[in-house]
Structure formats: structure tokens, C-alpha cells
Design a protein around this ligand. Structure first.
Ligand code: IPM
Ligand code: MN
Length: 363
């Protein structure tokens, strides 16, 4: 089969880790006889440097014409001036909004061979395997008004958390559909004891639950949830939540896996249904551009390579090929290959491209 993939390497370690994901993608193409046509574009700081804006209309158009978008990372100290009028992150947010990527899937998995590596007790995190469904185009990130202004008594600023019934419904449906393919348990995370948007969230989620009598729904307050994630993470399976809560909780949860360099993500424009469903999506590691590691062949490419597997599964309808990549990652870890962030005693320390080679060779 033929697929068009927009490649946006971005900033910092982005280009390095994206290159390793592309290695894996090309191996899959050779092995299974698929054609992946790659179309490169700029995003973030790279786009600011080359075009003066964090995302150009040309790049957005190019992405829309493709079957999926594959992204490295954006941001870096070079563009961090708080007074700057354009920021690399704006490019990512514009892409999410422009491509209507409302559903951000962030799986959290503890690899058995890395259970001793995390800061938490191995007994607590062994077997952790859950997934966040984070709403990605609403809430505080996009609500209006959003501004900063000077008054006679000093500066003021406002961000707005806004959600409509429709926005909530479509994201919680993603949660219910995923729960159906897993343990049939859905945790909806909100702050309904304080926030009006959360009370609406709870109301809509409870209504949608009527369509999913096979799924057990539990509402959790976000503060309690953040505690449960480190207290008893094996009790989690599918969690659905709004944009900002999801942003914070997923960074927290990444520490279960030992390193942010292990966690992939998918941002979808549709509701995935069943094994070989297809939705337009963007795929990226959850980590940032790690500017201090850039250009040193150090960064862990596993999150990006696993994001490639998610692309095969959710946008191309190729679950078998996705499994092959995931197994290749398992094998490389089992053979003891480790980048600096997951290095342990007696293991073989490798750089970004060597890790990518090892994984590609096992595909
Ligand atoms: C993420 C990142 C982004 C976010 C930033 C880079 C805008 O932290 O994908 O989690 O806040 O959504
Ligand atoms: Mn984040």
C-alpha cells in the first residue's frame, strides 16, 4: 500500500530521533511491501528561522494532503525570550488546531527490563500498562479571552477554560472506544468539585456512558488521580481528561516508565474503532527538544520509534506492522542496549543512531 507521511523534524533532538523513526518505517516498507512517501517540512524554531513563523500555511497544507504527520520536537533556548512575538510551541498548537487533532493518546507502559530503573519501587510499577486520552484542542490552551494587559494597578492576565458539550462528547467517546479494546474500565478525570467546565464534563460523560453499558465508568478528581497514579498505577487502564490536566498528568506518569524518552503519542482527528481503523493523526514522542542533548547522538529514540508504531496502527490500519516495531523495541532492550537516560549496570550504552540501528535490524 501507498502512504504519504509529512515529516516535521523540528528542533533540538527532534531531527535526530525522527531519523531513527524513519529508519524503522523504511524497514517496515521493505519487509511488508508498503510505499511510504516522505514529505519534509519545517515546524517550531526551525520554521521561525527559515520563514519567520512557527508554522507556515504551506506546511499546514502539505500536512493536510498527507495520511499522517510525524513530528520530532519543538522549542529551545534560542527562541525562549518571553517578549518574543512568535514561539516554537505556537507552531505545534496551530498544527493541532489546524489539523483538528482533538484526541491525544498517550500510552504509559513500564518495560519489565526497566522496572528497576525508575525512581519508584519496582513492586509498584511492574506491569503498568495504561493509556491517557487527553483532549487536545480545547480548554485553557485555546479558550478566549486569553490575554495580558497593563492596568493602573499593575499587570493582569487571563486564560479561559471553556468546553462545549460536543467537544466533551467526542473525546470521551474515544475513551469509551479504547476501553472496549482493553479492560473495559474508563476513568474520567476532572475537578468537578470546583470547576464549572468539569461539572459539564461529568454530566456529558455520564450521558455518553449509556451507549457503553459494557464499560465500567469511574469519575476521579484530578488531584486524587495524580496521587493514585504513583500510589497504585497498575489499577489504571484508560483515563480520559481535558487538555491541561492531561498535559500535567502525562508528564507525571512518564516517570513510571523511567524516562520521558520511552513514551510515544498519537494525536487523532477521529475516533478509532477496532483494530484496523484509520484516523488522520500526528505522531510524536511526549518529550521535548532536549536542547542540551542536541547534536550529541545521545537522545533516546524509542519514544519516537514507538510513535511510528502508533502511526501504523491508528492512521494506516496496519496493526501487524505496528506490533513488529514494538517487538523490535522489546528485543533491543532485552539484549541490553540502553541510551544514557535508561542506562543501568552491566548494560550496553549506545547513542541515538546505534539504538535506531539495533531496533531496525530486529524488524
Ligand atoms: C506536550 C507539550 C506541549 C503541550 C507544549 C510543547 C505546547 O508539553 O505535548 O505535552 O503543553 O501540550
Ligand atoms: Mn506536556
Amino acid at each position: 500500500m501507498q502512504f504519504n507521511v509529512a515529516i516535521l523534524p523540528g528542533d533540538g533532538v527532534g531531527p535526530e530521533v525522527a531519523a531513527e523513526g524513519i529508519k524503522a518505517l523504511k524497514r517496515i516498507g521493505e519487509k511488508f511491501g508498503h510505499d511510504f512517501n516522505l514529505h519534509y517540512g519545517d515546524i517550531g524554531g526551525a520554521s521561525i528561522d527559515n520563514h519567520g513563523e512557527a508554522l507556515t500555511t504551506e506546511t499546514l497544507k502539505m500536512c493536510k494532503k498527507c495520511n499522517a504527520v510525524y513530528l520530532g520536537a519543538v522549542g529551545g533556548p534560542k527562541w525562549d525570550d518571553p517578549l518574543a512575538t512568535v514561539r516554537p510551541e505556537d507552531g505545534l498548537l496551530a498544527l493541532r488546531k489546524g489539523l483538528k487533532l482533538f484526541a491525544n493518546l498517550r500510552p504509559v507502559k513500564v518495560f519489565p527490563m526497566l522496572a528497576d530503573h525508575a525512581n519508584l519501587k519496582p513492586d509498584v510499577i511492574k506491569g503498568v500498562d495504561f493509556i491517557f486520552v487527553r483532549e487536545l484542542t480545547g480548554g485553557l490552551y485555546f479558550g478566549k479571552p486569553k490575554k495580558k494587559w497593563e492596568t493602573s494597578r499593575g499587570w493582569k492576565a487571563v486564560d479561559t477554560m471553556a468546553y462545549s458539550e460536543k467537544e466533551i462528547e467526542r473525546i470521551v467517546r474515544v475513551g469509551f472506544e479504547l476501553a472496549r479494546t482493553r479492560k473495559k474500565k474508563l476513568i474520567s478525570v476532572d475537578k468537578a468539585n470546583v470547576l464549572e467546565t468539569s461539572r459539564l464534563w461529568r454530566m456529558v460523560t455520564t450521558q455518553v456512558a449509556a451507549d457503553y453499558p459494557d464499560i465500567e465508568l469511574e469519575h476521579q478528581l484530578v488531584d486524587a488521580c495524580s496521587m493514585r497514579i504513583i500510589q497504585q498505577p497498575t489499577a489504571m487502564d484508560v483515563l480520559v481528561t481535558e487538555n491541561t490536566f492531561g498535559d500535567i498528568l502525562t508528564d507525571e506518569a512518564s516517570m513510571l516508565a523511567g524516562s520521558m524518552g520511552m513514551l510515544p503519542s498519537a494525536s487523532l482527528a477521529g475516533v478509532p474503532k477496532g483494530e484496523s481503523s484509520r484516523a488522520f493523526g500526528m505522531y510524536e514522542p511526549i518529550h521535548g527538544s532536549a536542547p542540551r542533548r542536541a547534536g550529541l547522538n545521545m537522545a533516546n529514540p524509542i519514544a519516537t520509534i514507538l510513535s511510528c508504531a502508533m502511526m501504523l496502527r491508528y492512521s494506516f490500519g496496519l496493526p501487524k506492522e505496528a506490533n513488529v516495531i514494538e517487538t523490535a523495541v522489546d528485543l533491543a532492550l532485552e539484549e541490553g542496549y540502553r541510551t544514557y537516560d535508561i542506562m543501568g549496570e552491566g548494560m550496553k550504552k549506545v547513542g541515538t543512531s546505534q539504538m535506531g540501528d539495533q531496533i531496525a535490524a530486529k524488524i
